[in-house]
Design a protein around this ligand. Structure first.
Ligand SMILES: Cc1cc2nc3c(=O)[nH]c(=O)nc-3n(C[C@H](O)[C@H](O)[C@H](O)COP(=O)(O)O)c2cc1C
Length: 166
């Protein structure tokens, strides 16, 4: 018997599911028309929210021009299942994993949230400056995380609930 499960608490710990995150980036195949594009992202959001809530996945999707980067957090098997569906979706292409690893705790609070570059959050995107990395095909996990965390923090501050997630 491993030393992790010599008592009830130990076995609870040993059985506890492994938390992982997966970060990928891709190129979106969305409409050039802003209204159609918003509708398409709305449709992805609706599907992803429902599935992620069911699978206890938390995630954040960053969109800059036609590039997307997403962090998916959850139990190992759920993250794998979710990513295999996502990578087969024809609404984006060139889906590439940036990082996949065990994590100690979740960083994102919503099942599916998006940060789409706009005039309102332009400064945040500009500071992290992902675009050159996207174009080279080598976006850093730390840069994607920095951007997603800041965008989430701004949203939470606006909602007045940032003190819950420090
Ligand atoms: C950029 C992007 C992000 C997505 N994120 C998620 C997600 O976080 N969770 C999810 O279940 N589906 C996500 N989807 C949708 C899946 O690709 C898929 O369409 C959906 O899970 C329904 O799968 P199904 O038709 O096999 O049931 C995403 C799609 C795109 C294009």
């Amino acid at each position: 018997m491993s030393k992790d499960c010599h008592n009830w608490f130990g076995s609870m710990r040993a059985k506890r599911s492994t938390l992982v995150h997966l970060i990928y980036f891709s190129r979106l195949n969305l409409s050039a028309d802003a209204a159609t594009r918003a509708q398409q992202i709305g449709e992805i959001t609706r599907q992803a929210q429902k599935k992620n809530e069911f699978s206890v996945i938390t995630s954040f999707l960053v969109v800059e021009q036609n590039f997307a980067a997403q962090i998916i957090e959850g139990e190992r098997g759920s993250v794998n299942d979710t990513f295999s569906r996502i990578s087969n979706d024809t609404r984006h292409r060139d889906v590439q994993i940036v990082e996949w690893r065990e994590i100690v705790k979740r960083e994102y609070v919503n099942s599916f949230a998006t940060g789409i570059r706009s005039s309102a959050n332009d400064a945040v995107f500009q500071k992290v400056n992902l675009m050159p990395m996207f174009l080279r095909g080598t976006p850093k996990a730390t840069a994607i995380q920095a951007l997603a965390r800041t965008l989430q923090a701004e949203t939470l501050t606006k909602q007045g609930i940032d003190h819950l997630f420090v």
